[in-house]
Design a protein around this ligand. Structure first.
Ligand code: PHE
Length: 486
């Protein structure tokens, strides 16, 4: 938070400094972690022009753990030298000392010690000099004291080869006063209160969502629970009679989860019926005739459509006997691993409507779609045959766009296949009609937004949110919209 003590200290130091100051030096001066100063810099940056901060990377030499030990206790060769008394020491005994093996040859080549092999009970080590300079220790102590520049490149690289030194890159900020510099910064609100929420503004997507919700409620629909972004492949694909080798299940279209990678709780009775329908068929269908795998169905993913929630709701409905007709809707977020452009993000919202009743036909679907879209002010509709793995027949819904002067796709729809409904346990004469559309597209059209990044994400202009009018999806069709489509 920008009102933290480190931020205040930083501003006070900055006022006194001419030019600016380095974040790492300030951290050392204040006796705090560098990360604490970096945090203060970032929160001050978020306030606007109070400070300017430029990221710099500087290289610095640091001792390794072994380097630290040597700076403290002396080099292995020095320790070997010190353990040799004037009367000498058996080589075998010296080799058993902790620094013996590593220090012996270096102490030999430094000509600090010698070995006498003529001694009767084995080779014996003697001192050659009375005293020596432990250069390695001295150099490491220089580095530890922040005086690495006193060493030559050759000396440093030699110590690095011996793994006593490493060069680390330190990222620091060079902080200077901004155009709105001040040492007194106003406290930022950090907690949301109920008052702030009730006096706040709804984002355009939420305004349009509440309008859609209103329409569904007027039509007698009940909202389905959609409070899980993470879904199993089973509910997202398998329950919808989407074969396991379907391209939509590819990594390119779907975000799979690494952790937790697998869904453990699946209704196994029902899973068995789904397996059978995919691999062998049943209910009058030939199925897909492939080897259906439970492992594949357990794979967790970010749901790619809210039809997974519809599948769960229909399965729950099927468990209630006797069957009662139902009308469900949902409006929530879905995720697709797509190429991003001006109108597509990897996450968006879907609106979905589902009606389950005895003997529903394509005529009922068209009728419900007309009623739904008329409430949105869209009266000119056209239906185009389409394909979905889980609906048959399927129809894309187009409406004539006055502004664009052309037919644009506004939704997708269909009648759920018996291969999806019968394994759930729904009665044979019950059919389910459903449709889906995105929340983003009508919102962008409604508010005249051309780039999705102006609507979603960190570039959203809050002023746009304040200024966007209440959403009233034109309830009364305008005269021009009633003309017959070309
Ligand atoms: N799930 C479809 C989609 O993601 C939409 C849809 C819902 C189609 C219901 C048919 C029936 O585009």
């Amino acid at each position: 938070m920008a009102d933290g003590p480190v931020a205040e200290l930083l501003l006070r130091r900055l006022q006194a400094a001419d030019g600016g100051l380095d974040s790492a030096e300030l951290a050392a001066e204040l006796g705090v972690e560098h990360q604490a100063v970096v945090g203060a810099v970032k929160s001050l940056q978020a306030l606007g022009e109070v400070i300017e901060a430029e990221l710099r990377s500087t290289k610095r030499w640091e001792l390794t753990a072994e380097g630290e030990e040597i700076a403290r206790e002396g080099s292995h060769e020095a320790r070997v030298f010190r353990s040799v008394p004037p009367e000498g020491l058996a080589q075998s005994e010296l080799m058993r000392l902790p620094s013996g093996k590593v220090g012996f040859s270096k102490a030999m080549s430094n000509k600090w010690i010698r070995v006498d092999k003529s001694v009767a009970d084995g080779p014996r080590v003697f001192r050659v000099v009375d005293s020596m300079e432990d250069e390695v220790q001295r150099r490491l102590q220089l580095v530890r004291g922040g005086q690495a520049e006193k060493l030559g490149e050759k000396e440093k690289s030699e110590l690095r080869k011996r793994k006593l030194l490493t060069e680390v890159t330190l990222k620091t900020y060079w902080v200077s006063k901004g155009s709105a510099f001040s040492t007194s910064i106003s406290k930022q609100e950090t907690e949301l209160s109920p008052e702030m929420i009730s006096s706040g503004h709804l984002h355009p997507l939420l305004k349009v969502r509440s309008q859609f919700r209103q329409i569904f409620l007027e039509m007698g629909f009940t909202e389905m629970p959609t409070d899980n972004f993470i879904e199993s492949s089973f509910w997202n694909f398998d329950a919808l009679f989407q074969p396991q080798q379907h391209p939509a299940r590819d990594q390119h279209d779907t975000f799979f989860l690494r952790d937790p990678a697998e869904a453990l709780q699946l209704p196994m009775d029902y899973v068995q019926r789904v397996k059978r329908t995919h691999s062998q068929g049943g209910y009058g269908s030939q199925g897909y005739k492939y080897n259906w795998k439970l492992d594949e169905a357990r794979k967790n993913l970010l749901r790619t459509h809210t039809t997974s929630a519809s599948a769960r709701a229909l399965y729950r409905l099927a468990q209630k006997k006797p069957f009662t007709p139902a009308k469900y809707f949902s409006i929530d977020r879905v995720f697709r691993n797509e190429t991003l452009d001006a109108t597509h993000l990897a996450e968006f919202h879907q609106i979905e409507g589902v009606v389950a009743d005895h003997g529903l036909t394509l005529g009922h679907l068209m009728g419900v779609l007309r009623e739904f879209f008329t409430k949105l002010g869209i009266t000119q509709l056209r239906f185009k045959p389409a394909y979905n793995p889980y609906t048959e027949p399927s129809m894309e819904v187009f409406s004539y766009h006055q502004g664009l002067k052309k037919w644009v796709e506004v939704g997708n729809s269909g009648i759920f296949r018996p291969e999806m409904l019968l394994p759930m346990g729904l009665p044979e004469n019950v059919s389910v009609i459903a449709w889906g559309l995105s929340l983003e597209r009508p919102t962008m059209i409604k508010y005249g937004i051309n780039n999705i990044r102006e609507l979603v994400g960190h570039k959203v202009n809050l002023q746009m949110v304040y200024d966007s009018p209440l959403c009233r999806l034109d309830a009364e069709p305008r005269p021009s919209q009633t003309q017959v489509a070309a």
